[in-house]
Each structure stands twice: as structure tokens, then as C-alpha cells.
Design a protein around this ligand. Structure first.
Ligand code: HEC
Length: 362
């Protein structure tokens, strides 16, 4: 039944209507020689461009082996790795023998795309995938975010948790992955792996040194939003760096709508392991001056002769380019790790309940 919703749908033009019926007809003709009909080729091409990512789109591309759409498929896969369209795009690329495109994307200069490639490679893997993921985990040239995704993907392979544990016991695991891998191992269904995780990678402690349960367990709990708001403002010191609805200091990102952006699990990771996924535009820099002074902070502005940074106390410092000996990007966040150590587990759960409630207003 058609319901009047008050939304004005654009009527398809005549050409669009023809493209749609051509596409429907072609779907029923698996052996059709498309090369012999340039007119249908361009009709199909217009149709596919308009309906990127739909079921029909994939059916047609696979049926007519349209390898020239590989760039589009790659972009689709990397921009939405956790969607149906994203994983179909990756499978279609694999079917075309273009798995190497996904492998190359692991070292894309945008770590979000790199992590997406890893997720897709892990999901569509074969018996060589664990080795590939292990090499990615160990490749410290890659962003932490990409290697964290590789560890998560490896944990999902057969006996992947044991492979991860071996990296830990043989002291090969890069230290910035300790938290992420610890969480994966603590959540393993193999009790031997869990016991070894408690020994080698205890989860970060809360007040009094009690270790926390894994993030997956924390995320299943609910807390008290109002108590969480007070913890945010005072005990947790979060408002010293973050604004919510205009209140607080704007050193780090504004969190007014963070509950719409990050899942509960991701919120826990942001607090417990700030170094794992440093937000874009919040990279932390270290400046060494000619006189030997060291300052760290976020880059506010950089012109030919002056650099301004804001440090963890929210203080802005300006440097003349001529006074600077060197400037380098740090792999650690300006947000300090271990903030939960002044909180109890219940207070942490309340804090995350509060953050979860900060949603986009409809
Ligand atoms: C010294 C300053 C500082 C303090 C204190 C601080 N943060 Fe942050 N926070 C940052 C910076 C800078 C970033 C961005 C860099 C990054 O992602 O690591 C950030 C990132 C985040 C993010 C991810 C935001 C996003 O858009 O992805 C969350 C969530 C967060 N902080 C929550 C908290 C909470 C909760 C507290 C209190 C327990 C806290 N922060 C305390 C500076 C701080």
C-alpha cells in the first residue's frame, strides 16, 4: 500500500525510467553480449552510478563481470566495512581476483580506510589470513588503529586467540596494543587463554588497584546518568578538557553528541586506552625549542613564522618558527591514560552511562 507521507519524490526522468527497465531486462539475460551494444552499456553504467550499493547493483556487476567498477567497489567497501553493501563490495572484489587491492589499502594514509581493509580481509579470509593479520599487527609503521583492527580480526580466526597470546608470551606484541589485545584475550571462550591474559595483561585497575572486567562485560552494565554527569564535571576531570553543551574547556573534542557517535564499548576504550584511536585533528605534538625547552600539545595554528599549541592544561603557547629546533607528532594522546584509576568501577559505569545519553537532538 502506498502511504502519502508528504515527501515529494522526484519523478524519474524518461531516460532514468528507460535505464531501470533496461537493467531489469539485462538481469534476466545472463549470457547477453553487452560489448556488442554500446547503447545498453552506457544505460547500464548510468543505472549503476545512480544505484551504487543496492542488491541490483551487485547482481549486475557480478553477472557482467564489470571489473572497471573495481575502484568504486573498493571505495564502497572501505567507507562502510560493517554494512552489507561494504562486505558485498569486498566479496565482489575477491571474486574478480582483486583481493590485493584490499591488501594495499591496509597501508592507506587514512587509518580509517586501513582499519576497514583489515576488517574486510579478516571476514573474507582463507587459511593464509592469520599470517597476514599477524604481520600487520607487528608492522609498527602502520597506525595503532589499523593494528588494533588487525588484532580484533585475528581473534575471530580459528585459534586466533592462541596466536595473539603467543605474541604476548613471546614478547613480540607492540606495547600500544596491550590494552586492546588484553581485552580480546580476557573475552576469549578458552579458559586457558583467559588465565594467561590475567597473568600477562591484567586489565587497567580502578581505584584501589582492582582490575576491571573486559570492555564487553562493562558495556553490558547500566549506571546512573546523573551521578555520571557529576563525575564528568568534577572527580573525573573530564570537563577540564571537554565541553558538553557549551560548558567545560575546549581542549579536546566537544562531547555534546558523543553518544550518537560512539558505541558504549568505544566510549570505554576512549577512556581506558586514549592512545588507541586518536581523533583526527587532535594529534599531539612535541616542540623542542632552541633553548632546550619541551612543550607538548595540540596544534592550533601554523603559519610561516609562528606555531600555536594548546597544552593539557588548556594553556595556549606561541612559538616563533626561528626559536623551534624540532617538531614531531607523538603517537600518544594528549588525553592522559589511567584517568579511571581515581574512580570505582561503579563510577566509571555511571560516567559512561552519562556519555551514552549525550545524543543528537532530533
Ligand atoms: C588533558 C585533557 C583531557 C582530559 C583530562 C580528558 N580528555 Fe578526553 N580527549 C582529550 C583529547 C585531546 C582527545 C582527542 C584525542 C584522542 O582522541 O585521543 C580526547 C578524546 C576523547 C574522546 C573521544 C572523542 C571522539 O570524538 O572520538 C572521549 C569519548 C573522551 N575524550 C572522553 C573523556 C572523558 C570521559 C574524560 C574524563 C574521564 C576525558 N576525556 C578526559 C583530552 C582530554
Amino acid at each position: 500500500m502506498l502511504v502519502a507521507t508528504g515527501i515529494a519524490w522526484a519523478e524519474p526522468t524518461e531516460q532514468q525510467a528507460r535505464d531501470i527497465s533496461n537493467a531489469e531486462a539485462l538481469l534476466r539475460l545472463p549470457d547477453f553480449d553487452l560489448a556488442a551494444r554500446p547503447d545498453l552499456q552506457s544505460s547500464l553504467s548510468r543505472y549503476l552510478t545512480k544505484y551504487v550499493g543496492t542488491t541490483r547493483y551487485f547482481q549486475l556487476i557480478r553477472q557482467f563481470k564489470l571489473r572497471e567498477r573495481s575502484d568504486e567497489l573498493l571505495n564502497l567497501a572501505l567507507s562502510k566495512p560493517r554494512s552489507t553493501a561494504g562486505s558485498w563490495a569486498a566479496e565482489t572484489l575477491n571474486g574478480f581476483g582483486h583481493r590485493s587491492r584490499l591488501k594495499e589499502a591496509v597501508s592507506d594514509k587514512d587509518p580509517q580506510r586501513g582499519a576497514a581493509a583489515v576488517i574486510l580481509l579478516g571476514e573474507t579470509g582463507d587459511e593464509r589470513t592469520p599470517d597476514f593479520l599477524t604481520r600487520t599487527i607487528l608492522n609498527t609503521e602502520l597506525a595503532t588503529m589499523v593494528r588494533v583492527a588487525s588484532a580484533a580480526a585475528l581473534a575471530k580466526q580459528r585459534e586466533g586467540d592462541e596466536d595473539l597470546l603467543r605474541l604476548v608470551t613471546e614478547k613480540m606484541l607492540p606495547a600500544d596494543l596491550n590494552f586492546a589485545v588484553g581485552n580480546l584475550l580476557h573475552a576469549s571462550d578458552n579458559s586457558v587463554v583467559r588465565a594467561a591474559a590475567s597473568e600477562y595483561l591484567p586489565l587497567p585497575p580502578v581505584v584501589g588497584g582492582t582490575p576491571l572486567p573486559p570492555v564487553s562485560v562493562l558495556a553490558a552494565q547500566s549506571g546512573n546518568r546523573d551521578r555520571g554527569q557529576k563525575i564528568f564535571q568534577i572527580k573525573g576531570t573530564c570537563a577540564a578538557c571537554h565541553t558538553v553543551a557549551g560548558e567545560g574547556k575546549a581542549v579536546g573534542p566537544d562531547l555534546t553528541e558523543i553518544g550518537s557517535k560512539l558505541s558504549k564499548e568505544a566510549l570505554y576504550v576512549s577512556i581506558l586506552d586514549p592512545n588507541a584511536g586518536i581523533s583526527h585533528n587532535y594529534e599531539n605534538y612535541e616542540i623542542l625549542t632552541q633553548s632546550g625547552r619541551i612543550e607538548t600539545g595540540l596544534l592550533l595554528s601554523r603559519t610561516g613564522d609562528q606555531i600555536d599549541i594548546i597544552n593539557a592544561e588548556g594553556v595556549v603557547r606561541s612559538f616563533q618558527a626561528s626559536d623551534i629546533d624540532s617538531i614531531r607528532q607523538l603517537t600518544i594522546s594528549l588525553m592522559p591514560a589511567g584517568l579511571q584509576q581515581t574512580l570505582t568501577k561503579e563510577e566509571l559505569v555511571d560516567l559512561v552511562e552519562y556519555l551514552t545519553s549525550l545524543k543528537t537532538k532530533q
